[in-house]
Write a protein that binds this ligand. Structure first.
Ligand code: GLY
Length: 365
């Protein structure tokens, strides 16, 4: 089949790669020369269990199951991208430096579902992560992984091009099932259009008359320049996470603010993030901030991704919110199945919502 994918972030490229590997003729269209809104900005934790534990308000059972499925597929994707070292793929899990009734109850639910969670005393936590400030109550270790999203993007884009995917910088101004109109007036015909444009998907879907309510959630992040080895795992605390990045130091995230498409830097938010990280890891107190940036998480109003074929010739793969990197392999598998018309009971749970969902309280954290 001929497939046009609108969106050149990790989701769009993963779909392109999977479709191309299955023999389809694929073109990726993106308005920007490099997709920098979400994939490039992401932390890269592959952490369905940590997200379920620390952000239950953004999680449900089906999303967790999809996350587990995708986590298991990352090893294959890493191999396809040239091996773990190429994308800083690690599978050592991550620690949660916190015990509380709510966290412990979530950990117990994960354990009951078969996840190999481990409760850590203060001494065990200090043994696993000596750089952490003392946490008298101890914490948890949960399975999970991490990748460097920027390296994944580079590798995946190169692999797609090498395998014959056409990648074009072009803004889409019109859309119908099986047809995309570009800003220069060109009309492109295909068997399937896949919309995977992150925060821009609702506006693009509207061109095809589809009501997809969503608003980006801004995330600011920073990177401390410190030598490798300060942290052994990623550290996932309720308001702050820290991710060791090979050769680059420690990435710290992330704010959650609904401010439309505003990507301006907020120095006060960066200062709060840095202070939160330094409270967790005192050795960061003297470290230089090497980089700071802002991303836009694509959040739909009902809070979950949509992975669905809306009409013959039109597939949606969007709304990944806090989980785009984690969900890339499972999304690519899902899109291949949707394009080829194969049923999948879990993916059916991510159909278009019957109702757009109640607009949440403004997310500000
Ligand atoms: N996945 C972490 C975040 O969205 O900040």
């Amino acid at each position: 089949m001929r497939v046009h994918i609108v969106g050149g972030g990790l989701i769009g490229l993963s779909c392109a790669w999977r479709l191309r590997s299955a023999g389809h003729q694929v073109t990726v269209l993106d308005a920007a020369p490099q997709a920098r809104a979400a994939s490039w900005a992401a932390g890269g934790m592959l952490a369905p269990h940590h997200e379920a534990l620390n952000h239950p308000e953004h999680h449900d059972h089906e999303l967790w199951r999809l996350g587990c499925r995708s986590l298991a597929r990352w090893r294959d994707l890493a191999a396809e991208l040239g091996g773990s070292a190429q994308i800083d793929h690690r599978e050592g899990g991550g620690v949660v430096p916190l015990r509380s009734p709510a966290v412990d109850a979530s950990a117990a639910r994960l354990a009951a579902a078969g996840v190999a969670v481990r409760a850590l005393t203060a001494a065990e936590l200090a043994d696993r992560e000596p750089a952490l400030a003392a946490v008298p109550g101890g914490g948890w270790w949960l399975p999970g992984g991490q990748v460097d999203p920027r390296r994944c993007l580079e590798r995946l884009a190169a692999l797609c091009v090498a395998q014959g995917v056409a990648v074009r910088q072009a803004a889409v101004h019109g859309l119908q099932p099986g047809r995309v109109a570009l800003a220069d007036g060109t009309s492109l015909e295909s068997d399937q259009v896949v919309l995977a444009s992150g925060a821009w998907t609702p506006a693009l879907a509207a061109l095809a008359g589809i009501d997809l309510h969503g608003e980006p959630v801004k995330g600011q992040m920073l990177r401390f320049a410190v030598p490798d080895g300060l942290l052994a795992h990623f550290v996932h605390a309720p308001g702050t996470y820290l991710i060791p990045r090979a050769g680059q130091g420690v990435v710290v995230g992330a704010t959650m603010v609904q401010a439309g498409f505003d990507q301006r830097d907020d120095p006060a938010a960066i200062a709060r993030l840095a202070a939160g990280a330094q409270a967790l890891v005192p050795a960061l107190a003297g470290a230089a901030i090497a980089e700071r940036w802002t991303g836009l998480r694509p959040r739909l109003r009902h809070g979950r991704p949509v992975l669905a074929r809306l009409a013959p010739g039109l597939v949606l793969a969007t709304g990944h919110f806090r989980n785009g990197i984690l969900l890339a392999p499972a999304t690519a598998d899902a899109v291949l199945g949707l394009v080829e018309g194969r049923p999948d009971a879990l993916i059916d749970c991510f159909a278009m919502p019957a109702e757009p969902g109640v607009a949440p309280e403004r997310i500000m954290g």
